[in-house]
Design a protein around this ligand. Structure first.
Ligand SMILES: [Zn+2]
Ligand SMILES: [Zn+2]
Length: 192
């Protein structure tokens, strides 16, 4: 039994393949993005367009699904925290085995997804591919200057932004000179 909805755009109805090895179907459609196609920094907004361009090919063990899915992602620049939107295209390639052919075979390999009732659920495959492809540290641009480490100022607004502060090493040197000049200064006892 399958609880999949054959009308769901992320479910591929491969009935037409008829289990004839070599038969092919293409799926060129736009689906609404499910949730959780994201990492903490960036992701595909729920309900936004997922452009599917995949092919289902009947093979002896099941159906080989390959192709790609394109979407637009939204997140935050990891350097300056400004919103970023990065186009994403992920490749998909997965074998789905016929569930009813598994029983008398070795079922120890749980890694290979199965399907029945001619309906293939592409969502888990898609989620794995997308999460793997999303950048962990997205940037608004490779030249993003990020934020000032001292005040959080966005450096792209003023690349010359800096704080008036003396390097601690120079500060120590300065103090030494001050001490020297004090020692070299006029001593009232000697002059008097
Ligand atoms: Zn940035
Ligand atoms: Zn600053």
């Amino acid at each position: 039994m399958s609880s999949l909805d054959g009308r769901s755009p992320l479910v591929l109805d491969v009935r037409e393949l008829g289990r004839r090895a070599g038969a092919m179907m293409t799926f060129d459609r736009v689906a609404a993005a499910p949730n959780d196609l994201a990492n903490p920094m960036i992701g595909i907004p729920v309900g936004s367009d997922l452009a599917l361009d995949v092919m289902a090919e009947s093979v002896v063990e099941g159906v080989w699904v390959s192709g790609n899915v394109s979407a637009s992602t939204q997140g935050s620049c990891s350097r300056c925290l400004e919103p970023v939107s990065i186009p994403l295209t992920v490749d998909i390639a997965e074998l789905f085995r016929y569930a009813d052919q598994i029983e008398d075979e070795d079922t120890s390999d749980d890694e290979i997804p199965t399907f029945d009732n001619d309906l293939i659920d592409l969502e888990p495959t898609l989620r794995d591919a997308v999460v793997l492809a999303l950048p962990l540290a997205p940037v608004c641009g490779e030249d993003c200057l990020g934020l000032c480490s001292q005040c959080g100022f966005e450096l792209k607004n003023d690349p010359n932004h800096q704080h008036d502060q003396t390097d601690p090493r120079w500060a120590a040197l300065g103090k030494m000179f001050t001490d020297d000049s004090a020692a070299d200064g006029p001593d009232p006892k000697e002059e008097g």
